[in-house]
Design a protein around this ligand. Structure first.
Ligand code: GLC
Length: 365
C-alpha cells in the first residue's frame, strides 16, 4: 500500500524530466544531488605528482578545430597519424585534445556517449601516449553549459539537466580512461563563461571532480577559472580539497592583435602588428597575475592556450609567440600553443610541414 503514492510521485517527476523514463527503472535518475561537491574549504596545495606533471607538460600544442568541431571534420580537420607523429617528432612534449563530447552524447538520461565516438577518442589518446606525449583531454564547447547558442545540428538539452549531464558525461569519460597511463590528464572544462558564474562553476567543478575521483582516485585533473579561463578570474576560483590538481589559464592579450580578422570574435580590424612595449606589458600582465596566484595558493599553473590568428603578419605572430613563451617559462608556467593546423597553425597541413617562424618561436633556442 505504501508504494502506491511513491509510484505516483515518481511518475510526476518523470513527466517533468525528459529522460527520467518512467518505464525504465530509474536507478540512475537521482538528479545532480547524486554528485555532492567535494569540500573546498581547505585545498591542501599541489602534490608532488601534480607539480611533476605540470612541469612535464613542458612545451605542447593544442589539436584544435578537430574533435572540437560539432563533428570531427566539420571545421576542415581530422586528427591524423601524420599530425600526431609530426607533433612528437618536432619536439612537443604534450598535446591538449579539445573534445566536444556534448554533441556525441544522448540528451536524455543517462546521457550515454556514442560508443564509436568514445572509441575514436580512445584510439587517438593511445596513439598520443604511445608517442611519449602527455595528453590533456578536455571537454570543449558544451554550448548550453555556457548559455551559448548551439551550433547547427546540435540537439537541445532540457535546461534543468544541463549540469547533471556534464557530470554524467565525465563519469563515462573517467571510467573509459581510468586505466591509461598517468601521462593522461583530464581537464574538466574549457573556458567556462556566461551561464557559468563563479559560484555555479566552483560547485559544478567540485561535484564533477568528486565523480571523477570514484574511478580515478589520483589522476591529475586541470581546472581553470571562469571568464574564459582568464587569469583575472583566478581570484574567484575555489578549488576542491584535492592535491592532484593543476590550474589553467588562457592568454590572448593583446586581443586586438591576436584575434584580428577572426570572424568568431567579431572580426576585429586587421593590420595590427606586434610587439610594442604596451603590447608586451599587456601579454605579460596576466601571466604575472597567474604566477602570483600560484605562489599564494600553492598549485602549479598551466597556460593551456595562447596564439595569434593568421590574419596578422607572420613576423609579428612569431614575435608575439616568442614573447609569450618566454614570459610563461620565466615564471615556471608550462604551456600548449593554440593550435596545430588551423587558423593559428604551427603546422601547414597542405604543405605537410611546420611553419618555420612559428615552430622556432615555440621550440627554437
Ligand atoms: C577557444 C575557443 C576556440 C577558439 C580559441 C581561439 O579555445 O574555444 O574555439 O578557436 O579559443 O579563439
Amino acid at each position: 500500500m505504501r508504494a502506491f503514492p511513491l509510484v505516483l510521485f515518481t511518475g510526476r517527476l518523470a513527466a517533468v524530466l525528459p529522460g527520467c523514463n518512467f518505464e525504465r527503472a530509474c536507478t540512475d535518475c537521482g538528479g545532480i544531488d547524486d554528485f555532492p561537491p567535494l569540500p573546498s574549504d581547505h585545498p591542501p596545495g599541489a602534490s608532488a605528482a601534480a607539480r611533476a606533471t605540470a612541469a612535464a607538460i613542458g612545451r605542447g600544442v593544442n589539436f584544435g578545430n578537430m574533435l572540437e568541431a560539432p563533428v570531427e571534420g566539420d571545421w576542415g580537420l581530422k586528427v591524423t597519424p601524420e599530425f600526431i607523429d609530426s607533433a612528437a617528432a618536432v619536439g612537443f612534449k604534450s598535446v591538449r585534445l579539445p573534445v566536444r563530447w556534448s554533441n556525441h552524447a544522448a540528451v536524455a538520461r543517462p546521457f550515454t556517449i556514442d560508443h564509436a565516438f568514445m572509441m575514436r577518442v580512445d584510439s587517438i589518446v593511445d596513439r598520443l601516449l604511445g608517442k611519449g606525449l602527455y595528453v590533456v583531454l578536455n571537454m570543449h564547447h558544451y554550448r548550453q553549459l555556457d548559455g551559448d547558442t548551439r551550433d547547427a545540428g546540435e540537439e537541445a538539452v532540457f535546461e534543468p539537466l544541463v549540469d547533471e549531464r556534464f557530470i554524467r558525461m565525465w563519469v563515462q569519460i573517467a571510467e573509459q580512461f581510468r586505466n591509461k597511463s598517468d601521462h593522461l590528464v583530464f581537464e574538466l572544462y574549457n573556458e567556462p563563461h556566461g551561464r557559468l558564474d563563479d559560484a555555479g562553476w566552483n560547485v559544478l567543478a567540485a561535484r564533477t571532480l568528486g565523480a571523477v575521483r570514484h574511478s580515478n582516485p589520483s589522476r591529475i585533473v586541470v581546472i581553470g577559472p571562469i571568464g574564459w579561463n582568464s587569469a583575472g578570474s583566478l581570484e574567484w576560483l575555489r578549488l576542491p580539497n584535492d592535491a592532484n590538481l593543476i590550474v589553467t589559464v588562457h592568454n590572448y592579450d593583446p586581443f586586438t592583435f591576436t584575434h584580428q580578422g577572426a570572424s568568431w570574435a567579431g572580426s576585429p580590424p586587421t593590420g595590427v602588428t606586434c610587439c610594442t612595449a604596451t603590447q608586451i606589458a599587456a601579454l605579460t600582465a596576466p601571466l604575472e597575475t597567474a604566477r602570483a596566484w600560484s605562489a599564494t595558493h600553492d598549485y602549479p599553473i598551466f597556460l593551456g592556450e595562447f596564439g595569434a590568428y593568421e590574419a596578422g603578419d607572420m613576423a609579428s605572430r612569431a614575435r608575439f609567440t616568442r614573447y609569450m613563451r618566454d614570459a610563461a617559462e620565466s615564471r615556471g608556467i608550462t604551456w600548449t600553443y593554440w593550435e596545430f593546423a588551423a587558423g593559428f597553425g604551427v603546422y601547414d597541413p597542405q604543405a605537410h610541414a611546420f611553419r618555420p617562424a612559428l615552430r622556432d618561436a615555440l621550440l627554437g633556442s
